[in-house]
Design a binder for this molecule. Structure first.
Ligand SMILES: *[C@@H]1O[C@H](CO)[C@@H](O)[C@H](O)[C@H]1NC(C)=O
Length: 233
């Protein structure tokens, strides 16, 4: 009986956690996380994407952006952390976000606006009171420049050249390509010799090399770029 109740509780969490939050919301809509004031979801077809605000910033529902002073309503820590729920319900996690003061992406844009990263489609900007916040789409997705949400990489339309193309030609590139032979698109590996790098297989036996944002390193178990002090190098 206890186990049955536990099961029910878990089902409840799974619905609240992401899927329920995004129910009937337009793709690209940001919704506050009911579990953590620091986090928010991007709703999209399929699993929602879970983003986190930088340290000491919180998702502000009113401006739909991260802020230092934010009203965090409806936060319910009793929902737990959503562990142990089915993969079809779990949000897709992302690399840490970061403020990029030097970016001009948000010039003239209101707080809460979403702007493209003109250097490629791996990321986009959320315009916050504290400046342009760079958010990276999760592995296997790209920011669709027309539809304005993180879309599966093979169907996303990208208005910009990718600055992280396949590293072919070099010896290291060939070695990485070998590791990708026969692997599904989006298969992700840490770089064999460089902690700050990882690569994705493109489904056609080619590896695409990526470098984690400054201050982060690739966490091989979690398969994300994590703060460097969380990673054993
Ligand atoms: C790892 O890769 C980064 C990005 O290319 C480079 O700057 C760094 O020097 C490399 N580190 C090592 C130990 O090779």
């Amino acid at each position: 009986m206890k186990q049955f109740l536990l099961f029910l509780a878990c089902v409840g969490i799974s619905q609240v956690y992401g899927v329920q939050v995004c129910n009937q919301k337009a793709p690209g809509t940001f919704e506050a996380s009911p579990l953590n004031c620091n986090e928010f979801f991007m709703c999209r077809p399929g699993r929602p994407v879970l983003f986190s605000c930088p340290k000491n910033m919180y998702f502000d529902v009113a401006s739909s952006s991260c802020g230092h002073q934010a009203l965090c309503a409806g936060h319910d820590a009793s929902l737990g952390n959503g562990e142990g729920i089915g993969p079809e319900y779990t949000p897709i996690e992302t690399n840490p976000s970061r403020l990029v003061a030097s970016s001009t992406a948000c010039h003239g844009a209101p707080v809460g606006a979403v702007r493209l990263d003109t250097t490629g489609c791996r990321a986009f900007y959320q315009c916050t009171k504290a400046g342009p916040l760079r958010l990276e789409c999760p592995v296997g997705t790209l920011f669709d420049s027309n539809r304005m949400f993180c879309e599966a990489a093979d169907v996303a339309s990208c208005a910009f050249e990718q600055n992280t193309g396949p590293s072919m030609g070099s010896g290291a590139g060939n070695l990485l390509n070998l590791l990708c032979v026969g692997k599904k698109v989006g298969t992700k590996y840490g770089h064999p010799t460089n902690c700050t790098q990882y690569f994705l297989c493109n489904g056609r036996n080619v590896a695409q090399l990526f470098t984690c944002p400054r201050g982060t390193a690739y966490h091989k178990e979690r398969k994300v770029c994590d703060f460097a002090n969380n990673v054993n190098c």
